[in-house]
Design a binder for this molecule. Sequence first.
Ligand code: HEM
Length: 173
Amino acid sequence: MSAERVQEELTRELGAGRAPCLADRARLPYTDAVLHEAQRLLALVPMSMPRALTKTTRFRGYTLPQGTEVLPLLGSILHDPKVFQQPEEFNPGRFLDAEGKFKKQESFLPFSLGKRVCLGEGLARAEIFLLFTAVLQAFSLESPCPPGALSLQPAVSGLFNIPQAFQMQFRPH
Ligand code: HEM
């Protein structure tokens, strides 16, 4: 989906007026979908944190001895083509149902899951929503070069996926 189209939809949904608060999330499904899709595509922590097996385990025909290090590949879940078709494309529609309501995806796991799930998930999700909605409601964002020329591939990929640096113009609405 083109950057212009996403921005148009966001401007339509957010409108002008006071900056949204967390209670507004439910009435801003498109915005929520855009923020989920940005997190999915970036996959900030692609390998989660290393684990070690506490006991010898049989898995898919292999015997893995106690102590084996395991790296859960969150990036491969977030880019799984069986769940997210054309996973390298930015498409907020993945998180919307036919009526335009926000649709949860079980495979949306940028914060991992289980006992060691990210402790800051609630805070991070709140901050992302509040910051982006406040900025997008007050400004139009424009790229000095054609948005299609910007690479969505991370500049560095390791423990974290670090996005490419790019320039952006902020114009007040
Ligand atoms: C978009 C932002 C963030 C993402 C995508 C993220 C993602 C993650 C991931 C994937 C893990 C590894 C979980 C695992 O081992 O299975 C983790 C762990 C952790 N995160 Fe975050 N995180 C974010 C922001 C934050 C913030 C803002 C805080 C604190 C205020 C935070 C605190 C922690 C802590 C303390 C752990 C270790 C939990 C444990 O091992 O028990 N994170 N995070």
